[in-house]
Design a protein around this ligand. Sequence first.
Ligand code: SF4
Length: 472
Amino acid sequence: MQKILTQIGHWLGRNQKTIRAIQWIVILFYAFLIIVPPFLSLPDEAATLVNNLTVFSQFMFWGIWWPFVLLSIIFFGRMWCGVLCPEGSLSEFANRFGKHKGIPQWMKWGGWPFVSFLLTTLYGQMTSVYQYPKPVVLVLGGSTIAAIIVGLIYGKQSRIWCKFLCPVTGVFALLSRLAPYRYKPDKAKWHDFSNKKVIPIHCPTVLPLRTMVGSSECLMCGRCSNHREAIELSWRSPNEEIVVYGKDHNSIWGSLLLIYGLCGVALAAFQWTNSFWLTHMRDIIESWFLAHNIMWVFNTNAPWWIFTNYPDQDDVFTWIFGFELIVYILGMGFIIGSISLGLLSLATIITNGKYKVEVFNHLSLALTPLGAASVFVGLFALTVTLLEKYANQGFTWIPYLKAVILALATFWSIYLAYQIIRQYTTSIIRRISGLLITILVFAMINYSWLLVLHIWTIKSDKIPWNTLWINF
Ligand code: SF4
């Protein structure tokens, strides 16, 4: 098996021209699906996946591409980024003709992936990016143009955009830690090669090839495969990068992205459409405005690029609903995130004897499988909704599949948490206490999904829809 994997890596390294040709095909397909649908009328009752380009594009982006790219990162590392991603390819292509300026200090700030993930998640919900083509142009098209501009200005033969600024680079860096293989350098072979002619290669994310230990920043492009006859694609335990290397290779921004991003704001964004809490919050806030005769907040004149505004589809946000949505998503994300942060900090103190941010970051990494499963389950709901709506397919078994995915991911997270905790204490009591507190975080995330998948679904049959949406 190792031989086959090595050959696959070498094949990728030798066939960069073929990969570039594939990248251009992906770019053309991507551009077509982004640019054409906004010029078409929105889907009517008769629209299906095969007779309507807007629906097809919606399904390709949000039903297939987004959830399954996330899944692919867990199984194949960031191969999507290095081999297929149109944004990264265009950024690198633009870089050939660029100014090749040095990377500015502001760009290296570790918080960009966290901030950009939060903002794109929120903005996507405000404008209903999963439903309509115009916000897709703004979100995906805007991000692609930014990637090209960065490529034209900064770095040399590299993908500075992918390394520092892409809105999903942080999430992909976290998830790729679970991949079962990585490009691994052999230091002895590297040194043995010193008398031979070395063909220089350019790692797109400028990694230290001789000493790299993980795969979180590696785009799996394959260019370094067989470099100095010392680097090859190698199997590893999917736990290795978190349990072993996570001790020294972690960051507070990675932890915050997991805690407040994947398990906080993203979860709230999947939750709000059938949230009882949002309904009650709306009742209270909107009754207050009605009682005080402040009626402008119920206007529906927000442009589509601020809040969803499609009167022909009976889908319009009032100003007040738009702000309630922002408050709900950020508020729930903050509450879930802060409880997780508090519990993980407590587990760190119990496990380590005192609070140490490196230990906290290491322990937070145990959330990776559950965070990944949570986002996949949320996005997969879109796949199912689109298939049910536009392909007349019924999937009564899907909630069970989601429950199984979440359960397996929870067990994986518990296993990782235990393997991490045991590195910091030999005391059985401390180990068990630390683990139990960490499990409370996993339980809270699972409970949030239980609300979405089961409890609210049953009860929501009894609430009139006009308490959730403004109905025309
Ligand atoms: S280490 Fe760099 S060159 Fe090697 S596969 Fe990863 S991204 Fe490509």
